[in-house]
Design a protein around this ligand. Structure first.
Ligand SMILES: NC(=O)N[C@@H](CC(=O)O)C(=O)O
Ligand SMILES: [Zn+2]
Ligand SMILES: [Zn+2]
Length: 349
């Protein structure tokens, strides 16, 4: 007798452990899409100017809460942008006061608004040592920026040249490798059980580099780190759907207006907030691992961040394909919603 496939799935309310909310009119436009499904999110600090100090993080948190529509519940978890001038005591004070959950390391020039990031990793060692002491996690954009390194190799080279040396020098530092895109990163996490985890995005579970480049260039699939070959995508799906506690959801939903995406030098980022849970349910179902979706989206993240999972639940139901608007309108301009390229039957009810 064959079991009938489930058409309903109730899980703890998920969290997003890597999210870009931006500011101003864009923040107002995108925040409701995340708050509709997610209880909390690690909010990336790459604004212009960046969110560097505890005071700036507190002010940004207030702007986010002011933009949250009446009746919605959502808790932003704030992140400090690490610079070579960051003061370890300011970081520790912001953490102790519950203002900052983690610190973000951007190698200077690696991605959107990363110009204030780190060039000389030895210069931030006192901050990393303080964070290790107080158990505050470091979120890492793991790509080298050297022009002689091929863009498809930048994550793997970063692990060897930057991440592993930092982790050897500061072994008690708790590190999240953000938006991993390679088998190399998955293997590195699996081989190092201590103080290490990784977030995986929705889009990297779905697209490979052909989606960006074959049959015409698709700017809406361009993000950083850039999607890799299919074997890497398969490794990410295997890691995400395995239930392994070290892998959890960080959508990296990164809205840019369409005019900023569709130009000769277009911005990097995929906007997945509205349909992430629908996309993930399809991916997990196709892998035969629907039961592991809750671990990936709702349990493993809080466990690493030493928080309780959300009390509330959400229910996904399967039916006729759900239509998502191809675009949302924000006060900053139109933003195209990620198109997974297949029908989405699952919907948060
Ligand atoms: N992922 C992206 O392609 N873009 C992000 C930055 C980042 O997370 O690296 C953004 O802020 O737009
Ligand atoms: Zn990044
Ligand atoms: Zn990001």
């Amino acid at each position: 007798m064959t079991e009938t496939a489930p058409t309903r799935l109730t899980i703890r309310r998920p969290d997003d452990w890597h999210l870009h909310l931006r500011d101003g009119a864009m923040l107002e436009g995108v925040l409701p899409h995340t708050a509709a499904h997610f209880g909390r999110a690690i909010v990336m600090p790459n604004l212009v100017p960046p969110v560097v100090t505890g005071a700036q993080a507190a002010a940004y948190r207030d702007r986010i809460m002011a933009a949250l529509p009446e009746g919605m519940s959502f808790k932003p978890l704030m992140v400090l942008y690490l610079t070579e001038e960051t003061d370890p005591e300011d970081v520790a004070a912001a953490h102790a006061a519950g203002i900052a959950t983690s610190v973000k390391l951007y190698p200077a020039g690696a991605t959107t608004n990363s110009a204030s990031g780190v060039r000389d990793f030895d210069k931030v060692r006192p901050v990393l040592e303080k964070m290790a002491e107080i158990g505050m996690p470091l979120c890492v954009h793991g790509e080298v920026t050297n022009h002689d390194i091929d863009i498809f190799d930048r994550e793997a080279v970063f692990i060897d040249r930057v991440l592993h040396p930092i982790r050897k020098k500061v072994p008690d530092l708790r590190v999240v490798m953000e938006h991993v895109t390679t088998q190399d990163a998955v293997d590195y996490v699996r081989d190092h059980t201590k103080n290490l985890a990784a977030t995986i995005t929705t889009h990297h579970l779905i697209i490979n580099r052909n989606h960006i480049l074959a049959g015409g260039i698709k700017p809406h699939y361009y993000c950083l780190p850039v999607a890799k070959r299919e074997n890497h995508r398969v490794a990410l799906v295997e890691a995400a759907t395995s239930g392994d506690q070290r892998f959890f959801l960080g959508t990296d939903s990164a809205p840019h207006t369409d005019p900023n995406k569709l130009q000769a030098c277009g911005c990097a980022g995929c906007f997945t907030a509205p349909n992430t849970m629908s996309c993930l349910a399809e991916v997990f179902e196709a892998a035969g691992r629907l039961k592991k979706l809750e671990a990936f989206a709702s349990l493993n993240g809080p466990r690493f961040y030493r928080m309780e999972p959300n009390e509330e639940t959400i229910t996904l139901t399967k039916g006729e394909p759900v239509e998502y608007p191809p675009q949302i309108m924000t006060g900053a301009g139109p933003v195209t919603v990620f198109d997974p390229g297949f029908p989405l039957h699952w919907q948060v009810s």
